[in-house]
Ligand binder design. Structure first.
Ligand SMILES: N[C@@H](CCC(=O)N[C@@H](CS)C(=O)NCC(=O)O)C(=O)O
Length: 302
């Protein structure tokens, strides 16, 4: 049966895992959690150890870390280790100990008496913003608004990524029903942002905050045509305020740097497989990727 016979599919009484679902991530999808293999995570010299990949959820955190460093917080120095999710590296015993949910990003704060583990990008952003008291409004009403837009992002982006992106770009076939359903929802979300940004420079007024960083990683990338090659399909040019907001934030040096970290696809000068030092941004990205791959290969050898 091809999936376009979907109308003839009758779900069994009890779902069982008897075949791969197909599509880009089928080989790593499992209906159970936990580690698939024993492997410790590498630990570098900095207070913060990030295990991630340059997807929108990863970029939220690397942009925030680069913004904190730009403000001069040396406690935000970090090692960003590459986690190759299509190779199943998020299922190593070391990774699962930091994030039992096996998804990037995962973060360890080694500056606390006992290292503090963090999973979920929103949790990390709030933790870091509170730790350094930066990029989060001090005024209670504005802070509440910042939380509104941060949590809006955590709730909404899965419809963009797991819903629209999955069916438009990654599913083994194109099906009209899910593409229609999620295109409608994503356009509605863009409209929510667009209307709010008509009267607000940033998501919580004049203050650039973690709410902007979280949403930029998803909706900014989308309107720049950098997600799922869906700019034209979703008529992103219609969302003029989202574009105005994106263009302003994209000028920030920390945003430019943060978007490169743990990115191993696209134009070479936009990549940086791992970041262990501020000077890494000036190094040859191909050379860094080669070194990272060689280390991973050596680790796998018995
Ligand atoms: N709600 C999570 C979502 C994280 C997430 O979905 N990460 C994806 C990459 S963007 C992942 O690691 N996928 C690997 C997998 O599903 O096995 C967060 O915001 O941190």
């Amino acid at each position: 049966m091809t999936m376009n016979d979907a109308t003839s599919y009758v779900p069994p009484k009890v779902w069982t895992w008897n075949k791969e679902s197909g599509g880009k991530f089928a080989a790593i999808n499992r209906p159970v959690s936990g580690a698939t293999h024993d492997s410790a995570l590498p630990v570098g010299k900095h207070p913060l150890q990030l295990y991630s990949l340059g997807t929108p959820n990863g970029v939220k955190v690397t942009v925030l870390l680069e913004e904190l460093l730009e403000l001069g917080f040396s406690g935000a120095e970090y090692d960003a280790w590459l986690v190759n999710i299509s190779e199943g590296e998020q299922f190593s015993s070391g990774f699962v100990a930091v994030n039992p949910n096996s998804k990037i990003p995962a973060l360890l704060d080694c500056s606390t008496a006992k290292p503090t583990r963090l999973f979920e990008s929103g949790s990390m952003m709030l933790y870091l913003a509170e730790k350094f008291n930066a990029f989060i409004p001090k005024d209670a009403a504005k802070r509440a608004e910042c939380m509104n837009w941060l949590f809006w992002n955590i709730g909404s982006a899965p419809f963009l990524g797991g819903g629209f992106g999955h069916f438009y770009a990654y599913a083994p076939e194109k099906w009209e029903y899910p593409i229609d359903r999620y295109a409608m929802e994503v356009k509605r979300q863009l409209d929510v942002l667009d209307k709010h940004l008509e009267t607000n420079r940033f998501l919580c007024g004049d203050e650039y905050s973690i709410a902007d960083m979280a949403n930029m990683a998803w909706y900014g990338a989308l309107v720049m045509g950098k997600l799922y090659e869906a700019g034209e399909f979703l008529s992103v040019a219609d969302y003029k305020q989202v574009i105005r907001w994106t263009e302003e934030i994209q000028q920030r040096p920390a945003v430019k740097r943060g978007q490169r970290v743990n990115r191993v696809w696209g134009a070479e000068h936009h990549q940086l497989a791992e970041r262990h030092d501020a000077a890494d941004f000036d190094k040859d990205p191909t050379e860094i990727l080669k070194q990272v791959m060689a280390r991973k290969l050596a680790q796998k050898k018995p």
